[in-house]
Design a protein around this ligand. Sequence first.
Ligand code: FAD
Ligand code: PYC
Length: 416
Amino acid sequence: MKFSALSVFTQGLGGNQGWPEQWRSPEPKSAYDAIIVGAGGHGLATAYYMAKEHGMRNIAVLEKGWLGGGNTGRNTTIVRSNYLWEESEGIYEHAMKLWAGLAHELNYNVMYSPRGVMMLAHNIHDVQVFKRHVHANRLAGIDNEWLTAEQAKDFCPLLNIEKNIRYPVIGASLQRRGGTARHDAVAWGYARGADRLGVDIIQNCEVTGIRRDASGAVSGVETSKGFIATRRIGVVVAGNTSVVMAMAGVRMPLESYPLQALVSEPVKPMMPCVVMSNTVHAYMSQSDKGEMVIGAGTDAYTSYSQTGGLHIATHTLDAICELFPAVRRLRMLRSWGGIVDVTPDRSPIIGTTPVPGLFVNCGWGTGGFKATPGSGHVFADLVARGEPNAIAAPFTMDRFRTGRLIDEAAAAAVAH
Ligand code: FAD
Ligand code: PYC
């Protein structure tokens, strides 16, 4: 094993200094058939599937920090596929099917737990939006159902459905196959799988420039470890995409925002499922270690900071205490933020770029963890073959020119 560890929910942030020699990254070769920039779950999954399904072994994943130290190790692990439009149902459901067999595929316990994801409705608008999602999903063969407030409480007994609270619960949608997975295990599992297939995973190697030849095509990357030649580059650097793509002269339709989360002290199992409230920007589940995993909304201002505004977290905790009064006296152990990159229609970009040999996968915003296996799978196919398959095709950048947008703002789950 050549990679370092990051504990679940960002405990132990700090890189691979001090790790035994055999866990350190290899030195880069002078040339690779392809380079993936970013060793988050998406980048590692991409490398894994490129090696496994396309037989590409002379490839490297370059990471400026350490494995999964970006959003992959910072997210709140929610997995679901209850998106509105067919294009989204295609990619998120592709991921959902891969989640079901992922531990077996990687021989690594990613702790995928389909314990149910419930989304609360607090007003008539929420009811209309969620019911629309339920109907659209069911038409597409994806499970999703509508619950009354009483049925929601049966599913999650901790939930407060009193009518006199500030944001009363008047119903909920439930995707029973939704749930959670252990986020850093996903990065480690894909990393080990890719490593065993011969992929070089190089940490502490920041890409600082993208070199292009006289024809305009990519010819390599400048890095903190020197120049590395390649004719194919896949950029998968959530939150930092605009910065890296600018190195090749490509301007991206993205904005970057901090998004934060918190965990409580561990307690015995009390929260059986995931509950999300998009309207009040709060959601909660319980990790296998017993911590309550709580997420907030994005900050109101663009930033590359990996912390978020304290007032945002405070608002979230107010809402959590109202919705789940039983957790009111829990102490919070840690809080942190990640940088998410958001497109105008809240759907990702997976595609070729105006620069030959340069591919990009980004714009997953607040919701890309759930997509990790599917995103890696289709991006591997794109980088290997040079053109998107049917699942990836709707997500090219071209949609911002043609106007064929995939508006998933309502399904994005965390209010922007
Ligand atoms: P990352 O894991 O961020 O990987 C990108 C990597 O690129 C990083 O490791 C970074 O260090 C590296 N990098 C950047 N620049 C360079 C460079 N110049 N050179 C080399 N490497 C570079 N999604 C869900 O589906 N469910 C959730 O519950 C959920 N909750 C979230 C909660 C929070 C607080 C946050 C922040 C996000 C959440 N998300 C959630 C979103 C999800 O985490 C991301 O969409 C997803 O993890 C993106 O994965 P990635 O592999 O693309 O990015
Ligand atoms: O996409 O389900 C999601 C999500 C939950 C919290 C952040 N993103």
